[in-house]
Design a protein around this ligand. Structure first.
Ligand code: KIV
Length: 292
């Protein structure tokens, strides 16, 4: 596996994440690409290569568009772009639900081919056998309970969980099952606030909230939502810390205008001296020559 950043021994491991229970909140974000991983790595504890990549980068309607190959390719990119953060790669729908054996084989492929620290899968009581088997195979697992994006078609949409006694009981049972199965942490997504806070007090592993509660042991957001790059629906629980949509649209408008008016390329962006073409360094950078 190619690594473009220097290998370090400072990568945060899953045990360190587990020990952060009840401490300074864990800072987590999704990342799918090399440049974004490089930018985020110094600022976060954990980067999740979420199967939301299928929607965010590939334009699928749901996360069901993610494949094992897609997750591995993005996992490799994020590993190349990070040196410090704990990297967790999502197991896509269809890669683990069938049996514990299927789950272990898929998890092993993800870890072997990316070098990530852990995998994440969705489900509680119903996926406890899969979590236990992957953990027994020596691969750390992050759980994911509450609103499960891989099940939204089955559930009839993005529905907040924990509004009834029955769903509260089932969320608590899911959290306890994930903990008992050996997960090192659990994402709680899209629940009533008090339910996520209650679960956080009940279990000994860190809870990572998204649309859940400020009392969770950490928070996670989808990176494109957090930087204001999401072009479709922005969920209510998202806080946009930047306006990258505006930045990109403004840059595209200026670029289009300068190309049409022949203002770009200007003297600084062309090779004025024909001798440079004889120089073997020319055209050796990412997109061409880098001589000043
Ligand atoms: O795929 C993803 O981005 C996720 C987060 C929403 C937790 O699972």
């Amino acid at each position: 596996m190619a690594t473009r950043l220097p290998t370090t021994d400072i990568r945060i491991g899953t045990e360190l994440i587990r020990r952060r229970k009840g401490g300074t909140p864990l800072v987590c974000l999704t990342a799918y690409t090399y440049p974004v991983a490089r930018l985020l790595d110094p600022h976060v504890d954990l980067l999740l290569v979420g199967d939301s990549v299928a929607m965010v980068l590939h334009g699928h309607e749901t996360t069901l568009g993610a494949s094992l190959e897609m997750m591995i390719a993005h996992g490799q990119a994020v590993m190349r772009g990070s040196a410090r953060a704990c990297i967790v790669v999502d197991m896509p729908a269809g890669s683990y639900e069938e049996s514990a054996d299927q789950a272990v084989a898929s998890a092993r492929r993800i870890v072997d081919e990316t070098g990530c620290q852990a995998v994440k899968l969705e489900g509680g009581v119903d996926m406890a056998a899969q979590i236990a088997a992957i953990v027994a195979a020596g691969i750390p697992v992050m759980g994911h309970i509450g609103l499960l994006p891989q099940s939204v078609e089955k559930d009839g949409g993005y529905k907040i969980k924990g509004r009834t006694d029955e769903t509260i009981a089932s969320l608590i049972a899911d959290a306890l099952a994930v903990e008992k199965a050996g997960a090192f942490s659990v994402v709680i997504e899209g629940t009533i606030e008090a339910v996520a806070a209650d679960i956080t007090r009940r279990i000994a592993i860190p809870t990572i909230g998204i649309g859940a509660s400020g009392e969770c042991d950490g928070q996670i957001l989808v990176i494109d939502d957090m930087v204001g790059l999401t072009v479709d629906r922005v969920p209510k629980f998202v806080k946009e810390y930047a306006d990258l949509r505006g930045v990109i649209v403004h840059a595209a408008e200026r670029y289009a205008s300068e190309v049409r008016s022949r203002t770009f390329p200007g003297p600084d962006h062309v090779f004025a001296d024909s001798k440079v073409f004889a120089d073997s360094k020319v055209l050796s950078g990412t997109h061409g020559g880098d001589d000043a």
